[in-house]
Design a protein around this ligand. Structure first.
Ligand code: GDP
Length: 481
């Protein structure tokens, strides 16, 4: 059959659907078109596609029939800048490391585990060692949900701030229960009750007020209240979550951090979610593969195996995976290599498709001309709060054509970051354009933007930025190469 876009558009028309050749259409419509042309069209999500790939190798991630056993909760610490996330992670860790213990020096491998005595039992808790919601959202964007519980840190002298709310929303979106650490209670201006009161507005009601959220007053700097906080995490885990995992069988989990080490080559910190990972296992993490040569725990000790929720740093991969990549062990080297190679090919194809399909400033007008309803989403980054605000105000005040919607989805002070690019590319159809006012993007951020098809535009005068957006809206923008 003739599958030229024009023909397909005609066929769609005969089905009563007015579409253009470059428009994306709902899955159901595609299937209808398929039936009409005597084809069976199945729409496959990337997750399903990957499942399909794995099944070709006889791998089913859902299937691990080994015995279930309780596993430690995995916790991420989030909150407003300077409210004490880093200090809290340090304090929790140090309250638990006995000086002079074997290994002794703590290693930053992206996560650590502490053990707590709880109701007469020794219980472990795993902490993701990167505070803040950037890593959390980046991982979730890649489909990796590792966090069971969120500790929301709020400084008692400062109260609820914008990033507190942002963090809270991320936690809600992920479905993870929240424990609130009311920090800096050692300061004179501390008002822990006010924090409780403020957070009720966001649906977090303290237990003592009849709600379901545990609030714990702490002071991370002098390390006060850490035991109560850990206790609250375990109580919340036991009340709200059923945390168990199969303990044996081929390991699977998530890479939480990875880099190229000068001496040791690619190293990746992984969190096992099911099964047991062992030295000598053949593994594939995203599009990277290899054989586990050595594993280190968070104290730098060599370990030979890792069970669910136990974080380890793995050596032996041939390349560096991305944070959030799912990893799994398989029976032999050949399998993991073939899986990795097929994923590499798919990633390249997907990136290509993303670049073609997205609305950039340049093709905005084409889309409008084709009668498509288009949203121009913008992210504004600048060197000062004043300039960012001024730019946003001017842009929001612009007159826009009827079928275009202009939205500022994020603004902030500072250079363009990976998080901005993540956010820009997170939308379903159109990537947001990033306007960088007197700020730059680092090399690796630029690379990422290229990969994701995100357009970053640089300006040093506000009116130039406004002029350019205005011309884009009017369809007169000259391409920038
Ligand atoms: P983050 O940006 O949330 O990671 O915050 P940091 O952990 O870097 O802490 C910000 C500042 O607050 C640092 O100067 C800390 O020493 C200080 N700080 C953190 N916790 C406490 C606390 O419990 N009491 C006091 N007095 N200062 C604290």
């Amino acid at each position: 059959i003739d599958t030229l876009p024009g023909t397909l558009v005609q066929e769609m028309f005969s089905l009563g659907e007015m579409v253009t050749a470059t428009q994306s259409v709902p899955d159901e419509l595609l299937q209808l078109l398929g039936e009409h042309l005597n084809f069976t069209i199945s729409v496959v999500s990337p997750e399903e596609e990957d499942k399909e790939l794995l099944s070709q190798f006889g791998i089913d991630l859902e299937k691990n029939n080994s015995e279930m056993a309780p596993r430690p909760p995995v916790v991420t610490v989030m909150g407003h800048v300077d409210h004490g996330k880093t200090k809290l992670l340090d304090a929790i860790r140090h309250s638990n490391v006995v000086d002079g213990e074997a290994g002794g020096i703590t290693q930053h491998i992206g996560a650590y585990q502490v053990s707590v005595e709880h109701e007469g039992e020794d219980r472990a808790i795993t902490f993701i060692d990167t505070p803040g919601h950037e890593a959390f959202t980046a991982m979730r964007a890649r489909g990796a949900n590792v966090t069971d519980i969120v500790i929301l840190v709020v400084a008692a002298d400062d109260g609820v701030m914008p990033q507190t709310v942002e963090a809270l929303n991320h936690a809600k979106a992920s479905g993870a229960p929240v424990v609130v650490a009311v920090n800096k209670t050692d300061l004179d201006g501390a008002n822990p009750q006010k924090v409780r009161q403020q957070l009720t507005e966001y649906g977090l009601v303290a237990e003592e007020y009849g709600g379901e959220t545990m609030f714990v007053d702490v002071a991370a700097k002098p390390r006060i209240g850490m035991d109560s906080l850990l206790e609250a995490v375990l109580l919340t885990a036991d009340a709200a979550l059923q945390l168990e995992a199969p303990q044996a069988g081929n390991a699977q989990g998530v890479a939480i951090e990875a880099h190229l080490d000068k001496g040791r080559g690619p190293v990746a910190s992984v969190l096992v979610q099911k099964g047991t990972l062992r030295v000598g296992d053949s593994i594939v993490a995203g599009a990277a593969y290899g054989r586990v040569r050595a594993m280190l725990d968070d104290l730098g000790n060599r370990v030979t195996e890792a069970t669910p929720s136990f974080p380890v740093q793995v050596q032996g991969l041939a390349s560096v995976p991305m944070a959030g990549d799912v990893f799994l062990a398989a029976d032999d080297d050949r399998t993991v290599r073939q899986i990795a190679e097929q994923r590499q090919a798919r990633r390249r194809a997907a990136q290509q498709a993303a670049r073609v399909g997205r609305a950039t400033l340049e093709n905005l007008m084409d889309k409008i001309a084709e009668g498509e309803r288009t949203t121009l989403s913008l992210i504004i980054k600048g060197d000062g709060a004043g300039s960012v605000e001024a730019l946003e105000e001017a842009l929001v005040g612009l007159e826009v054509p009827n079928d275009v919607q202009l939205r500022v989805i994020h603004r902030g002070v500072g250079p363009v970051t990976e998080n901005d690019v993540n956010l820009a590319s997170a939308g379903d159809e159109t990537a947001a354009t990033i306007l960088a006012f007197n700020v730059r993007a680092e090399g690796k951020v630029k690379d990422m933007a290229d990969r994701e098809g995100v357009d970053i535009r640089y300006y040093s005068v506000i009116y130039r930025a406004i002029e350019e957006i205005e011309s884009a809206l009017k369809g007169m923008l000259k391409p920038e190469y």
